[in-house]
Ligand binder design. Structure first.
Ligand code: ZN
Length: 410
């Protein structure tokens, strides 16, 4: 068997001829060419006259027995009557890539399952390069139009880069997957999603869960006025949670040395729900009710708002919410008076949650997964790497490890 035929079978690339093979300082270099003679335009696929050549271009392919493999070829440019001067189409790689498709798919498979270090060191590529690779993998493997058939969606913002930058993420509540993402978190960011969706599909949306940000409310009411706005319960709870924290901090600051001892280390106990407290924490809170009535009142306000949201009947929840607003307004705790005003303004959307039980957290585990992936993607230089990672792992893309048997191509 000739060595070129052997390699052709080992590489297993479709429509690819092996011309020669040699070693350089890093591994095996295989000279290849497409099986077709006349170059094809990479834009439209039409056979065109050649224009010029780019010498010695190289692509990483999967390692052979642990040795790094590179393909080498003088890429032609074509003069396409329709598209102009373009790079020729290649059977083994996308025109913009420095890696073969099987290599990229393998990276994608690993990136779905392994941490940053494992993917980078095993495939011998920088983490940022992984970000660029998975963007192409997502485009190649996204089978159906993700924006098709949407009826109930959730919109959320994810912060990355130590909370300095944001992306807006849209999830499909019915299928429990991410369907769209874009850098930014203002009204225009979300409007771009509705533009892509188009007026006909916007009109089919029944409900949208969002946080209470004015930007998202604006975009939703403008672009899909018939859809019910539902305020995400965890964002509503967070308002009370943050208000409690503010009260606690103010009180600790104002306390004398003796009092401060009692207020110390109550932060975690205060954040928990009453039924999650352990014995020590229950004691701490009981003591707190004598030592500092303001913090204790704030704690009760927070816990009872959670209880209102747990109510199953809308009319009961509506009455309880009204009671809560008036209690918080009279509480003499400024942070809670602010929360009361916000909640009063958004009552309809909060009660819509009680009716529908839809929230961004409902999409079982998806939110937590998105946040874990955001942390894992730390180090990508562009938001596009992060977005590709979210789509790779949370939009239903299935990838298989790349294996080959004799006579079969990738
Ligand atoms: Zn063309």
């Amino acid at each position: 068997m000739r060595v070129t035929s052997l390699l052709r079978d080992l590489l297993g690339l479709e429509e690819t001829r092996v011309l020669d093979v040699s070693f350089d300082e890093v591994g095996l270099v295989v000279d290849v060419a497409p099986t077709w003679r006349r170059p094809r335009c990479s834009e439209c696929g039409k056979k065109c006259p050649g224009y010029d050549r780019d010498r010695n271009r190289r692509w990483r392919h999967l390692d052979l027995a642990g040795m790094l493999v590179q393909l080498r070829y003088d890429t032609r440019r074509v003069d396409c009557p329709r598209c102009g001067v373009k790079v020729e189409q290649l059977p083994w790689a996308e025109t913009s890539a420095w890696f073969t498709r099987p290599f990229e798919d393998h990276v994608g498979y690993l990136a779905q399952r392994c941490d940053k270090t494992a993917v980078s060191s095993m495939m011998r590529v920088a983490w940022d390069t992984v970000g660029a690779i998975i963007q192409r993998v997502v485009v190649r493997h996204q089978k159906r139009d993700p924006l098709k058939g949407l009826t109930t969606i959730g919109v959320d913002e994810l912060s990355y880069r130590r909370h300095h930058e944001y992306i807006t993420v849209v999830v499909d509540h019915d299928r429990g997957c991410i369907v769209w993402a874009k850098p930014g978190k203002n009204a225009d960011t979300l409007r771009a999603f509705f533009d892509e969706l188009g007026p006909a599909r916007c009109a089919k949306l029944e409900a949208v869960t969002i946080d209470m940000s004015a930007a998202y409310i604006k975009a939703v009411t403008e672009c899909t006025p018939q859809a019910q706005i539902i305020f995400d319960r965890f964002h509503v709870q967070r308002l009370a949670h943050d208000a409690l924290d503010e009260v606690r901090r103010d009180e600790v600051r104002a306390a004398n040395a003796d009092e401060r001892g009692d207020l110390k280390n109550t932060r975690w106990a205060l954040q928990k729900s009453p039924w999650n407290l352990d014995g020590v924490e229950t004691m701490k809170l009981a003591k707190l009710s004598n030592v500092n009535r303001r913090i204790f009142r704030a704690y009760l306000l927070k816990a009872s708002l959670v209880a209102v949201l747990d109510r199953k009947q809308v009319n009961v929840a509506a009455t309880k919410l009204e009671e809560w607003i008036s209690w918080a307004s009279r509480s003499q705790l400024e942070p809670f008076r602010r929360v009361a005003r916000t909640i009063r303004k958004h009552t309809a959307g909060i009660l819509a949650y009680v009716r529908s039980r839809l929230s961004n957290g409902r999409t079982e585990g998806l939110n937590g997964k998105l946040r874990t992936l955001t942390r894992r993607s730390y180090g990508f230089h562009s938001a596009h790497g992060l977005i590709a990672m979210l789509k790779l792992c949370c939009s239903g893309i299935t990838l298989e490890p790349v294996f080959l048997t004799p006579g079969f191509t990738h």
